[in-house]
Structure formats: structure tokens, C-alpha cells
Design a protein around this ligand. Structure first.
Ligand code: PLP
Length: 374
């Protein structure tokens, strides 16, 4: 078996598309005026930011007025949740134990800071939110803030956003939705969705790292002050390279969405098929096997040490992840698997436009070799 480099961690981050690189190169070499400066160098930078905002708004079917650029989704989540709590004093923050760590921290800190009750809504053993428990919580705390993610970044479960949003409307609850794993991967019309706030991250859709989007439909007083950039929503000189690169990456993705969805879904199905062919001991976690995000699989092999397998895969040139990249530096169990009551660690394998069947064959051959070794 010839060693090759195989990247199977697209949920953690993606390579930049050429359109994004070209846009960033142009911005880096030509747009050095501060976008807030009134001279023509500044105005030229500002024009690109506003053009990018308009492009993104058109692609996501919303108004550019409802979009602010941030330094990534983590910042957008903290900025959003804390500012909403400060502005609206919700009766409770309702969330789930399966959220990304950035949300879990933002809700904990907001609850402390503003003395707001924090409620964790239930989920089933597969990781789907229990809608009847959610209904009970919303009924108990009308005019609360609900923070739930659209797609889980570890196990791939998708939230029925429409239904949840309608429940929120019924109970006058604000809905903050982490759409980091769906914006750029699905055709999303933000203005038609029953969400009040949403966040996205460019490096999940072949755009630059450290550029995020905050979508807001209600005016809030931003906690990040010290400049009037982003209509007072996010103080600080804008990351013009990242912003222009994000717009171009999103455009490329949305222009080719059907093709990407088909080829990546086929790779996922092929991977499931091949994994099941080599072992009866593969256990898929959460909702990734049937439905769920079309570019993610999460599994473990019964009675095998996942950390050892992951390291051996890495030695063979294959990059997979054990949980969320943001916490995978630590050797702890994933909080999502713990919340599902799973003791074993697992492998998260995720695919993108560059993933080929040969990559999957190499993964499968390597896993088979490891299995036969012990
Ligand atoms: N939310 C989800 C669901 C994610 O997957 C991630 C990144 O992995 C984040 C938030 C944080 O995004 P960023 O890396 O832009 O801070």
C-alpha cells in the first residue's frame, strides 16, 4: 500500500478555493486603506466590504443590513448571545448539552453575568432534540432565548429549524441558531427561516479562517464597543481580506452546490458501505449514518482503542478527528458523546470536494491492516 496524504477533516476546516485566494490576494495587495478613512484609499476598501456584504446577503437571501462580519463564529456566538441577553433580558436561556463549546461557554457566562436561569433541553439517545421537552421549556419560560445549532459538528444531527422556529414564535422566544455547519453547504434563505439570529464561519466552506458572520434581525446594543464599524455591531478595523475572500468562497460554493452535495453525499455513502464491509464492530454515533450532515461520519470500533487508531491513521497520512477541533487538543472524552452516554471515544471522518473514492479505499485498507494487526 503506497502511503498518501488524505485529509478527512472538512468539518474542522477546509482548504481555500482558488476564487477566495485570488480575492484575498487582490485585497492584500491593492486595498490597504483603512475602510473607515474618508480619503479615496479608505473608500475603495469600504466599497469592497459593502460589495462583499451585498454578495453574501444575496446568496443567503437576506438584507445586507442584517449581516455583520466578525473574527469567526466563536466571536459571533459570544458577541451575539451576550448582547442579546443584555438588550432583551430573556426570562431564561434554553440550550442543549450537545451545542458547540463556544455556545456552551457563552450561555453559561451570560446566565451568570445577567442572572438569567439556564435550562438544558433534553435530547434522545441519537442526539435529536426532544421537541416535546423543548415545548414544555418554552411554555415554562415564555420570552426566553433559545440557542440551538442547525447541524451538530460532531455527530451531524440536523435540527428541524422550521418547526423549532415556529414553537419559538408561539412562545415569543428569540431563536439564536448556530449555522456554522450548514451555511455554505445547504441552500439557506435566511429571511424565510424562523430564526432571529444566526452565525456562520467562512473556513467551513472553503473560505478563510478567522472570518465569521453574524445575522441579526433585531437591533441589539453590541458588547464590543470602541468603534462604529459594522453599524456599531462589531468595533474594530474590518478584516477586509477575509471578508472579500468569504464572499467569493460562498459564491463559488453556492454556484456549485448541487454538484458538491451529490459528490460528497456519494462519498459518504461509499464510506459507510466500505466500513460495514470490513467489520461488524463499527458503531455509528448519533444521526450521521441515516440522514444528518451529508459530509460527516462519526463512529467507533467496538473494543478498540480509538486514540491509538487515530494516531495510527495519522502515521499512515490520514487526518481524521476525535471530536470538535476546538477541543481535540485535550485527551478528554467529547462532551457530545458524554451527553449521549457513550463511554467509548470515536472517530469523526468528514469529506469535501477534494475527497475521492481512492481516499476512502486507502482509509479502509489502513483500518483493515490495523484490525488484522491485533
Ligand atoms: N459552531 C460550530 C458548530 C462549529 O463547528 C465551529 C467550529 O468548529 C464553531 C461554532 C466555531 O467556529 P470558528 O472556528 O469560526 O470560531
Amino acid at each position: 500500500m503506497t502511503k498518501r496524504d488524505v485529509y478527512l477533516d472538512y468539518v474542522a476546516s477546509t482548504p481555500l478555493c482558488q476564487e477566495c485566494i485570488d480575492a484575498m490576494y487582490y485585497a492584500m495587495t491593492s486595498l490597504y486603506g483603512n475602510p473607515s478613512s474618508t480619503h479615496h484609499f479608505g473608500r475603495k476598501s469600504n466599497v469592497i466590504i459593502e460589495q462583499s456584504r451585498r454578495m453574501i446577503a444575496d446568496l443567503l437571501y437576506c438584507s445586507p443590513k442584517n449581516l455583520a462580519f466578525t473574527s469567526g463564529a466563536t466571536e459571533a456566538i459570544h458577541l451575539g448571545i451576550k448582547s442579546i441577553c443584555m438588550a432583551y433580558k430573556p426570562t431564561a436561556i434554553i440550550t442543549s448539552k450537545l451545542e458547540h463549546i463556544a455556545t456552551l461557554k457563552a450561555v453559561e457566562e451570560s446566565a451568570m453575568l445577567f442572572s438569567i436561569p439556564l435550562v438544558y433541553t433534553q435530547h434522545n439517545e441519537k442526539g435529536d432534540i426532544d421537541l416535546s421537552d423543548l415545548d414544555k421549556n418554552l411554555q415554562q419560560y415564555p420570552s426566553s432565548l433559545l440557542c440551538l445549532m442547525h447541524a451538530n459538528n460532531e455527530i451531524g444531527n440536523l435540527l428541524p429549524v422550521q418547526e423549532v422556529g415556529e414553537m419559538c414564535k408561539k412562545y415569543h422566544t428569540l431563536f439564536f441558531c448556530d449555522m456554522v455547519q450548514t451555511i455554505g453547504k445547504y441552500d439557506i434563505a435566511l429571511s424565510e427561516m424562523p430564526v432571529d439570529f444566526a452565525v456562520a464561519s467562512a473556513h467551513k466552506f472553503y473560505g478563510p479562517k478567522a472570518t465569521g458572520l453574524f445575522y441579526y434581525t433585531h437591533k441589539i446594543e453590541s458588547l464590543l464597543s470602541g468603534g462604529s464599524q459594522e453599524r456599531n455591531m462589531r468595533a474594530g478595523t474590518e478584516n477586509i481580506y477575509g471578508i472579500y475572500g468569504t464572499a467569493k468562497a460562498l459564491q463559488k460554493n453556492m454556484d456549485n452546490l448541487k454538484e458538491i452535495q451529490t459528490s460528497v453525499s456519494n462519498i459518504k455513502s461509499y464510506c459507510i458501505e466500505q466500513l460495514m464491509r470490513i467489520s461488524n464492530d463499527i458503531v455509528f454515533v448519533g444521526g450521521c449514518e441515516e440522514g444528518g450532515l451529508y459530509n460527516l461520519l462519526n463512529f467507533y470500533i467496538r473494543d478498540k482503542n480509538t486514540d491509538t487508531i487515530r494516531m495510527q491513521l495519522d502515521i499512515a497520512g490520514i487526518a481524521v478527528s476525535s471530536s470538535s477541533a476546538c477541543s481535540s487538543g485535550s485527551e478528554q472524552q467529547s462532551h457530545v458523546l458524554s451527553a449521549l452516554g457513550i463511554k467509548s471515544k470515536s472517530l469523526r471522518v468528514s469529506f469535501g470536494i477534494q475527497t475521492t473514492k481512492e481516499d476512502i479505499d486507502y482509509l479502509i485498507q489502513t483500518l483493515s491492516t490495523l484490525r488484522n494487526r491485533d
